[in-house]
Design a protein around this ligand. Structure first.
Ligand SMILES: Cc1cc2nc3c(=O)[nH]c(=O)nc-3n(C[C@H](O)[C@H](O)[C@H](O)COP(=O)(O)O)c2cc1C
Length: 215
């Protein structure tokens, strides 16, 4: 029998709960988010408290914590402009993605400082990261403050997907070939490990090309 340690969150310090949740919710995809400030300066930073939360329209959610009561540049820019781009972080871009998490002051553009090549946004004013094979242009749908420590959930509607043509197969993204990176707890990242294939047993959501339930 496994011996369990039980930790009631009420009795934990903030950072203890944080360490547990980032070790338990793994692997997390990494949203490498680009934004612009009011002057058009481009910001880039990675966020792994992230997932898709609605399929029609496709919507993404990312949780951004503040820095001692001050909004991070990404959060401030999303609130100011209502726009952001989520660039999928891949093995090929691990180093610049990781380095863009350093605490750069707002007046420093990470893509400029790190030499990250950009492409213009087509539907939003925010540029995309050229080296990322899948970029999602988003408009802010709503922001929801959560908890007691300055976390806010930003929910964006994807208004356009840009998919590298070699990864776009029959209307799907070849996510194995994409070689995404995931965040684990602490200083660790992971690539895709073993891939298992199983027949789909569940129905795809109605209206997205799945099997419609019988009337
Ligand atoms: C892989 C990775 C994932 C991260 N995930 C988050 C996250 O989900 N939420 C968050 O607030 N910060 C997260 N961070 C920290 C931010 O990237 C960091 O605070 C960054 O400096 C914010 O930049 P900005 O001020 O330019 O927005 C993460 C860092 C790394 C390296």
């Amino acid at each position: 029998m496994t011996d369990f340690i039980t930790l009631e969150t009420r009795a934990l310090e903030q950072d203890e709960g944080y360490k547990l949740v980032i070790g338990a919710v793994v692997p997390r995809p990494v949203a490498w988010i680009t934004t612009v400030d009011e002057t058009g300066r481009v910001n880039a930073a990675p966020f792994s408290s992230y997932n898709y939360v609605c399929h029609s329209p496709p919507m993404l959610a990312v949780n951004i914590g503040d820095r001692a009561g001050v909004l991070k540049d990404t959060a401030r820019n999303i609130l100011a402009t209502g726009e952001f781009v989520v660039n999928v972080a891949t093995e090929a871009m691990l180093e610049p993605m990781h380095e863009s998490a350093a605490d750069y002051p707002p007046e420093v553009s990470e893509p400029e400082a790190l030499g990250i090549e950009l492409l213009p946004g087509r539907f939003v004013r925010v540029p995309r990261i050229a080296g990322s094979p899948v970029q999602m242009e988003c408009r802010l749908d709503r922001s929801i403050p959560l908890g007691r420590a300055g976390s806010t959930l930003y929910i964006g509607e994807v208004v356009a997907f840009h998919v590298a043509s070699e990864l776009y197969v029959d209307g799907r993204i070849d996510s194995v070939r994409m070689r995404p990176v995931a965040r684990l707890g602490g200083p660790f990242y992971a690539g895709l490990g073993t891939i298992w294939k199983r027949a789909m047993l569940q129905q795809a959501p109605v209206g997205v090309g799945g099997v419609r339930p019988k009337a």
